[in-house]
Design a protein around this ligand. Structure first.
Ligand SMILES: [Mg+2]
Length: 163
């Protein structure tokens, strides 16, 4: 189903390398906004560096794919030491395909992690990729986002797992 995901977690930090390997994934397509930090915030959530290192130490590849622009994405990606695709046009497949190409994996070997059904999750499904939905770090205030969050409601999990 286009709006379904494999797992749902409270926080990115609840996802362990074993969980990724349990999904038979070799590489992670990672969202930034409301996944790794709040919107427009240059500071990663506490523990993100260690989380990235734990994945890399387990042999799992990572790349950031964001719909945001380069001035937002590049400094953040560089801060946590990851390659990135900006203006990824999620849910269109192009950013996912480019991300997987750079990680040297097939789309079906990737797993997308993000907070939005109609971008992160839909795009993963359009590419035949697995996905993990996260609870957004904080609620957005703009009308556009409030509409999007309302429209997501039928597809949200009853419970988000914790690590
Ligand atoms: Mg996001």
């Amino acid at each position: 189903m286009l709006f379904s995901y494999n797992l749902a977690f409270e926080s990115l930090l609840d996802i362990t390398p074993d969980i990724i390997k349990g999904q038979c994934a070799k590489g992670i397509i990672l969202d930034i906004d409301n996944t790794c930090t709040t919107h427009d915030n240059p500071v990663p959530i506490e523990g993100l560096h260690e989380w990235v290192a734990s994945m890399e130490n387990a042999g799992i590849k990572l790349i950031i794919v964001s719909n945001n622009h380069e001035p937002r994405v590049r400094p953040f990606a560089e801060l946590i030491g990851l390659d990135f695709v900006c203006e990824g046009a999620k849910p269109m497949p192009k950013g996912y395909i480019e991300g997987c190409r750079r990680m040297g994996i097939k789309c079906r070997e990737g797993i997308a992690i993000g907070d939005q059904i109609y971008t992160d999750i839909l795009g993963a499904n359009l590419c035949g990729m697995r996905s993990i939905l996260l609870r957004p770090i904080e609620p957005e205030k703009t009308m556009f986002f409030r509409f999007k969050r309302w429209a997501e409601k039928p597809f949200l999990p009853k419970v988000y797992r914790r690590g």
